[in-house]
Design a binder for this molecule. Sequence first.
Ligand code: 7B0
Ligand code: CA
Ligand code: ZN
Ligand code: CA
Length: 537
Amino acid sequence: MSRTLRARLGSGLLGLALLLPAAVATPASAAAADFPSGYTGYHTYAEMVADVAAVVAAHPTIARRMSIGRSYQGRTIWAVKISDNVALDEDEPEVLFDGLTHSDEHMGLEMTLRIMHWLVDGYGTTTRITNIVDSREIWIILGVNPDGAEYDIAGGHFHFWRKNRQPNAGTSAIGTDVNRNFGYRWGGGGRTSSNPAAITYRGPYAFSTPEARNVRDFLASRVVNGRQQIRTAITFHEAGRLVMWPYGYTLANIPVDMTTDDHIALAIIGKHMAATSGYRPEQASDLYITSGTTRDYEYGKYRIFAYTFELSVVDYPDDALIPSETGRNKEAVLYLIERAWCPLSVLGATVRTARCGAFDDDLEVSRGWRANLDGTDTATVGAWQRGDPQPTTTSAGRKQPDTVPSGRYAFITGTAAGTSPNANDLDGGRTTTTSPAIDLPAAANQKLQFRWTFADDAAAVTGDELRVEVLDATTSTTTTVFLTHGTATQRNAGWHLASIDLAAFAGHSIQLRFSATDAGTNSLVEAGFDDVRVTRP
Ligand code: 7B0
Ligand code: CA
Ligand code: ZN
Ligand code: CA
């Protein structure tokens, strides 16, 4: 709890407050009785808490609430999960909605409350929503920045307050723009300020605000088995009737930290949602460049298909506009929940087969691969690294590739070139990296596919190799499914496609182990792989 809040509560009341449940204790700090006249249809923090409590009480089998932390002033930040078997963490695609990151954008909270009600009220009454709730896990964060929102309405009039209410050292200026405080390209270009008095103040360092940390930590908590469960997300702002996709930090459509497939699919989904809402679709930076936003963090770190919606035509729409300005987004919201099973599926049948199966890793972000899992690796130089390879070339040709099949990263035996081609290649023995567990459906026609490169020099021996094994937890067996090895002739780098039938493992829980070996006397060995997939049956 903050010092400000302590002072306001007084020590006696604070002691009492700690004995009460959080939801009861926090309104004590909220002097805000209600919104100004013409806006009383909006939810204050206390009204939001009451609504959430009523919904989870009325729908205990499909709705649960949990705290994802506290605001700077100590208010509980509530998230509601909506799904069948809501108490279980089922293996279902997850979706996230949040609002009120900017506290003068109250429609964002109304939007998230509406989504909650659509889902619980539609369950068992409409087929589409019943299917959604049965097959997805939907998370709704109800007000990222309640301190700012309560301050915004304090005293019965609006204060036009956007930031949180965190004091800044060395100045009387209060608050950080939470949508500039996320740790992806934080402090980069565009409308973000280092001045604590600015409305776009980014904070002294990334995640200096409890509000951004709460969202960060919640996202991290949804990484299960190395993989982010949340596939699609909307963060609701106001105003402008816009749908925006990543990135905001750069004008480039496809910068190095985005793949072409992702860009095309992000735009297709964004344009579809915009059409159903009557909004304008655009890349976030087309409005203006911003750095350190929620949306860029969600996509940049986790490859969540994350969108910013700017609700309403005007700022501070009066409460009569709540039903229409939220209702026009119902189709977009339901559509994005449905798309969460595989956002890339909008790219058509070929991509759907290739990229919507039991596993799909373009290796652009960390997805739970583990080095030297059984502790038997012997390589002394050139262990697997997920990164952007620097090319190496001998008189015989390219040995370490310059480019990778997708995006900027692949697994490479030592991404750095070193001072000579032989300086940073694989030496000394074997290096392994092992995928997270993959639950293969019991279906025919699933293929393991990946792109690979293997280069060596004339000193290579047969034991120099790139090998892929299936570690089958169901049968406790290890099976080599791919092997290429050295010969006494030069092999240069080049990306090839491997495609391996997984029929023998259907219905099993497997892991994939990629190993590269420089056996015997050290020779020049460079290996790499990218775009590891299990195709859709
Ligand atoms: C913001 O008016 C801007 C995205 C453009 N990159 C989103 C948002 O943080 O500036 N606009 S807003 O403040 N809600
Ligand atoms: Ca479920
Ligand atoms: Zn905003
Ligand atoms: Ca890649």
